[in-house]
Design a protein around this ligand. Structure first.
Ligand code: DP6
Length: 387
């Protein structure tokens, strides 16, 4: 067999500052409100996916992080069907090609055990790669959305808005870029990975329960989010950190309030998460202005947004308050020396027990998906790195 067409893509993780929570259509993954996120640098955290197809393959196959997995996941099947339908309409490939089976091989460059959203990066990779393989011209954010809602925001770098849209077919439920990754280079993120073994309700199930039972979610979608998405987009464009931070923290808090208003409640934040909230408020109070913002997704880990001049001081405080035995405690962009935290002795919160934060990922705003030539499938379409 000749060398086959392989397409490989890396795509970023994104962390929302105005949260998506609740669908109006489960199959098309249409949200009840707009959301806004920050795309994080792929050199620190990314998913990588290779795809290929061929007449000799007898079934669709997928490998995730080196392990062969069933292709029967309905979202995966929906994504592939949608892309093939577009290819058929656009006549972008021969009819025979449409009957070929595909192979997908995907991995993350960060531990999935960290409990960080990896499906967004994974689906953004997959659809970008498949759209190129099938030579289709379309809005890839719509394709990514069908895989996982938040994935549609990972098809752009920088600061991204997912418009809920109003059309029943989802054609206007797309992501757009508010500003690219070069717009606010001072913006950094610290992800505090909390030690935790609890299995949390998945976002998909949690948000379905919220839509069915939470009155607060209705209020949030109708009144709060429309105002906040406008305000935060403006704060991003003006690089108004204090406004950005205030909206980010308030939105995280309201999202978790909705989770508690859900029946039965979904409890994602832990005592450690709440301690982090307390610490950030105390820090901002001592600074006399908002210097750091926290946000929490459907799990206990905190994502802190801050400007780079604040990073050394905050890292010093985190290491003081969360003593660690991990020699590699700050990964990614790494530890930054020289932080002089003058509040350490007068800080109103005492150091916590050892090792309750596993590690900190120090990262920054980054670009959208990129094509690369280091494939995860060999020239015959067989996966490399199988476990
Ligand atoms: C709390 O995108 O994972 O991270 O669309 O069902 O796949 P599905 O859900 P998903 O939900 C993400 C929820 C969130 C908030 C956000 O990223 O906006």
């Amino acid at each position: 067999m000749d060398e086959m067409d392989r397409v490989t893509v890396i795509a970023p993780v994104n962390i929302a500052v105005i949260k998506y929570w609740g669908k109006r259509d489960e199959k098309l993954i249409l949200p009840i409100n707009d959301s806004v996120s920050v795309t994080l640098d792929t050199s620190i955290m990314c998913a990588k996916t290779s795809v290929c197809f061929g007449p000799e393959f007898t079934e669709n196959e997928i490998w995730l992080n080196g392990v062969k997995t069933s292709f029967s996941n309905p979202r995966l099947v929906n994504v592939l069907d949608k892309i093939k339908n577009i290819a058929a309409t656009q006549r972008s490939v021969d009819n025979a090609v449409l009957s070929w089976k595909v192979r997908v091989c995907s991995e993350n460059n960060f531990p999935t055990a960290a409990g960080l959203a990896s499906s967004a990066a994974g689906y953004a990779c997959l659809v970008t790669a498949l759209a190129k393989l099938y030579k289709i011209k379309t809005d890839v954010s719509v394709l990514a959305r069908i895989g996982s809602g938040s994935a549609c925001r990972s098809v752009f770098g920088g600061f991204v808005r997912w418009h809920a849209g109003v059309n029943a077919d989802g054609s206007d439920s797309i992501a757009t870029q508010i500003a690219d990754s070069t717009h606010w280079p001072e913006m950094k993120a610290l992800i505090l990975v909390v030690s935790d073994i609890k299995k949390h309700t998945s976002s998909t199930v949690g948000m379905m329960n919220s839509v069915n039972t939470s009155d607060l979610l209705k209020y949030r979608a109708k009144y709060t989010v429309p105002r906040r998405t406008e305000e935060i987009s403006e704060a991003i464009l003006k690089k108004d950190f204090a406004k950005f931070a205030e909206l980010t923290m308030k939105d995280s808090n309201q999202f978790h309030a909705v989770c508690l208003d859900t029946y039965p409640p979904c409890v994602y934040m832990t005592d450690v998460s709440h301690k982090i909230v307390e610490i950030i408020h105390a820090y901002n109070d001592m600074c006399g202005e908002l210097k750091v913002a926290y946000t929490f997704d459907a799990g206990p880990n905190a994502c802190l947004y801050l400007l780079d001049k604040e990073v050394p001081t905050l890292l010093k405080l985190i290491k003081y308050l969360f003593p660690t035995s991990n020699l590699d405690f700050v990964i990614g962009l790494g530890d930054v020396d020289g932080g002089d935290c003058k509040f350490l002795n007068s800080f109103p919160i005492q150091p916590q027990a050892k090792d309750i934060i596993k590690y900190v990922i120090h990262t920054k705003v980054g670009k959208g998906p990129e094509f690369v030539t280091s494939h995860l499938l060999d020239k015959k379409g067989n996966p490399l790195n199988v476990k």
